[in-house]
Write a protein that binds this ligand. Sequence first.
Ligand code: SF4
Length: 351
Amino acid sequence: MSRERTRVIRIGDRVIGGGNPVLIQSMCNTKTQDVEATVGQIKALTEAGCDIIRVAVPDMEAAEALKQIKKQISIPLVADIHFDYRLAIASIESGADKIRINPGNIGSADRVRAVVEKAREYDIPIRVGVNSGSLEKNLIEKYGGVTAEGIVESALHKVRMIEELGYENLVISIKSSDVLMCIKAHQLIAGQSDYPLHVGITEAGTLASGTVKSSVGLGIILYEGIGDTIRVSLTGDPVEEVKTAKLILKTLGLRKGGVEVVSCPTCGRTRIDLISLANQVEKMVSEFDHLDIKVAVMGCVVNGPGEAREADLGIAGGIGEGLLIKKGEVIRKVPEDELLNALKEELIKMQ
Ligand code: SF4
């Protein structure tokens, strides 16, 4: 189903599906048992714009730590469980707002039933997650390898297992590190299910390659109207995941707010240190996330004033100085080393 028509599911105090805004998830890379470090990271992620946070629950100490973590954070907490159904039950009792399991590796039907009964008691959703890396042998044989069709069949089979227990408070995620396979799998499953979809390109890689793969994969899937929550998966600081996810949503017109920085690629005409300035501007504007504007950082007067006219605020570089432009009007000339501050002052005035 397109995101307009998926079921509405509540996760803590947020709702997804049914045309609600696409929410951003990330996952902590701290040890969940280390409550202080985990809470610190969740706060940094919340500040960056994360809507829902997932943590790994590898043992009972981690499941127990969720109680303390929950008390100190303001966004819904998802517990990620593999293999041991008792960890799922303990996480729910500790206050998890949602659990992520792969029913295929939780064990016998009785164990899956015990988890489902606990989720029902606490009225929290279960995310049924399937990764291409853990696709069942019979499906690999049936489809002659790991395929989008196999991933979808695996996910829907697990969903049915839980539906047969009378529980439909579900979210589905199907992930693959193969971008094209991931896109195809989402197209297929969207035609066969109306549960909300959590979308991500798994094991996408480090900052550069992960950003490209996630942007292409998530970009296409979201543009087709599929996906209710997203996670950009990067080998690095999860704050970068959230920043990238925000930019993907903003680029697709799925999220408003924030300062969009456009900057020129520089060329032989550039006479100021524009690369460093553009990077500093991008960092500085993150303080002004509540504004919804465009800032242009341009290297010279050839395209600078034109591009800056399209923006709310802009700089066009000169020799050791720059023109400060607001709503298409040149306000003043500013020495190069004062350009960043001058922009910041203008942003403060626009608040
Ligand atoms: S804006 Fe000026 S400096 Fe920047 S790429 Fe264009 S011509 Fe070159």
